[in-house]
Design a protein around this ligand. Structure first.
Ligand code: XMP
Length: 544
């Protein structure tokens, strides 16, 4: 399905992004209402659109509307004949373009506020808050985050909501469907914010919905095809985690073998991980994947290293080296094919796939142009400087739960879609002390038993992350008639929303008993198992 067909099929909300950190939350709220939306930089000219939106939302922004470099809206937005809602900076931009006055507030207003909706008797103006159940005191709690505020109403505008400190919290044009709200309905701190967006989308714009995550797939495939053109090639690292697998699968659906997935086996992966990921991505999902066994190189560099930050640095840098080397080979092969086959060959490798999710995108600065959207937060950001590749990020608007939903729709096996996260430096940060092949084998075996038993007990999906850490101590034990002097492993299992804070998981004692018995019986070199009952803070999830 092409982008054009999607627009013909679904009423679309156009979101113009002025660079607020919350802009993508507006798209998320629309998706939750089963409404298709497209977010474009605020510099988008309405005349250049090949489709007609059913409504337009102007986002917030870190700028002041009168700042010399502030981004501004195309005035044609207000002549497009469709409803417009301005949020925060969006409201101020509406005021600026319609003759109102915006001034810096003496104090930045940040936090909760209570708004009172005011009935105007003008049907379209009152529709903005229509049907929203107010709180017991007749008001509605909302979240504010702004430095400037409206100090005089533009001509032909009316007040539709106010707070005790600001009379112009929400405004509407008296004859056109133009609205502005000073608060942020898109954030979860505005408990009824979703209803405010629903009122605009449904009551004002008249969109019923009908779009679903299923429609994301053809839209994204069409976008990738447009970006890459008929011949362009893409490379990307995969880890076996849900994000890179979903991103790889969608790339494969879009451009087939012109997408090259590369998995680097760094020697500190889970048991049989390389082989398992290879089978899943190639046999089950059809992705063009090369697994590079670079474990000797990684482990030789990790020899004698105990400091966790040094381990991280070595693994990160070696990863970049190995990936670039493989990418160089693929690039050379592409150049050779071009020289031999000319027009029949595939194109150059120009793109690097990243499985970046929305929460990784700390700030949106897209209106400054595509190059500014390449940020240092990316795990393999170091790759970009030398390789001159352009980034392609199919998941950058999505949240983790949406990626999982997408994975299920793409027929990615359920056990993979729900997989716990696994850190880039792998088992190296779960072996306290030096990383050796012997220690890795012990940890892989113990971890494999632990996860197998958690799955068998039906607890895997209740836990956010579970793993075993190998401690640098030895303890005395007894096996048969003999004294043993072996290693200790610590079991870790946590529940968390966002990994910033976490609670340790309460296991039924029978499950712990079985895990302990199996590990001490089956894993040679371990005679003691302990369970970590530390929450975060003060602990962290990992031991290193
Ligand atoms: P901590 O230990 O910081 O872990 O509480 C929070 C989450 O981050 C993961 N983690 C890492 N992931 N590289 C990664 O890709 C790392 O160096 C790293 N350190 C921790 C950890 O597994 C948990 O999910």
């Amino acid at each position: 399905m092409s982008t054009e067909e999607i627009h013909n099929l679904y009423d679309t909300i156009l979101i113009l992004d002025f660079g607020s950190q919350y802009s993508h939350l507006i798209t998320r709220r629309c998706r939750e209402l089963n409404v298709y939306c497209e977010m474009l930089p605020c510099t988008q000219k309405i005349a250049d659109l090949s489709w007609k939106p059913k409504g337009i939302i102007l986002s917030g922004s870190p700028y002041s509307v009168y700042a010399p470099d502030a981004p501004h809206v195309d005035p044609a937005v207000f002549e497009a004949g469709v409803p417009v809602l301005g949020i925060c900076y969006g409201l101020q931009e509406i005021a600026r373009t319609h003759g109102g006055q915006v001034e810096a507030h003496s104090q930045r207003e940040y936090g909760y506020a209570k708004i009172q909706v005011e009935k105007t008797g003008i049907a379209h103006a009152d529709r903005m808050f229509d049907g929203i159940q107010m709180e017991e005191d007749g008001g509605m709690q909302v979240w504010m985050s702004h430095g400037d505020q409206l100090t005089s109403l533009p001509p032909h505008f009316v007040i539709i909501a106010s707070t005790s400190t600001s009379p112009f919290t929400a405004i509407a044009h008296e004859s056109k469907e133009i609205y502005g709200v000073q608060f942020h309905p898109e954030v979860s701190h505005s408990p009824r914010g979703k209803e405010v967006i629903a009122a605009f989308v449904r009551n004002v714009c008249g969109i019923e919905g009908g779009w679903s995550m299923e429609s994301f797939i053809p839209k994204e495939i069409a976008r990738i095809r447009e970006i890459c053109g008929p011949k362009g090639q893409v490379i990307g690292a995969v880890s076996g985690g849900v994000d890179s697998t979903v991103a790889a699968k969608i790339m494969h659906e879009a451009i087939g073998d012109r997408f090259h997935a590369i998995m680097v086996d760094n020697g500190v992966l889970r048991k049989d991980e390389g082989a398992k990921v290879h089978k899943m991505l190639t046999e089950d999902l059809g992705v063009n994947l090369t697994v590079i066994d670079a474990s000797d190189l990684f482990l030789s560099r990790l020899k004698g290293v105990e400091d966790p930050e040094k381990k991280r640095k070595i693994i990160g840098n070696t990863f970049i080296e190995v990936f670039e080397d493989e990418a160089g080979k693929l690039e050379a092969a592409a150049e050779k094919e071009l020289a031999e086959k000319g027009g029949d060959a595939k194109g150059k490798i120009e793109w690097l796939l990243q499985g970046t999710l929305y929460p990784d995108v700390i700030e949106s600065i897209s209106f400054k142009g595509p190059s500014a959207t390449i940020k240092t937060h990316h795990n393999v950001g170091g790759l970009l400087a030398d390789m001159k590749l352009k980034l392609i990020e199919p998941l950058r608007e999505l949240f983790k739960d949406e990626v999982r939903a997408l994975g299920r729709l793409l027929d990615i096996p359920a056990h993979l879609v729900g997989r716990h996260p696994f850190p880039g430096p792998g088992l190296a940060i779960r072996i306290l002390g030096e990383v050796t092949r012997e220690q890795i084998a012990i940890l892989q075996h113990a971890d494999d038993i632990y996860i197998e038993e958690i799955r068998a007990a039906g607890l895997y999906d209740q836990i956010s992350q579970a793993f075993v850490a190998l401690l640098p101590v030895k303890a005395v034990g007894v096996a048969g008639d003999a004294r043993t002097y072996d290693q200790v492993v610590a079991l870790r299992a946590v529940s968390t929303e966002d990994f910033m804070t976490a609670d340790w998981f309460v296991f039924p004692s029978q499950v712990l008993k079985k895990i302990s018995s199996r590990i001490t019986n089956e894993v040679k070199g371990v005679n003691r198992v302990v369970y970590d009952i530390t929450s975060k803070p003060p602990g962290t999830v990992e031991w290193l």
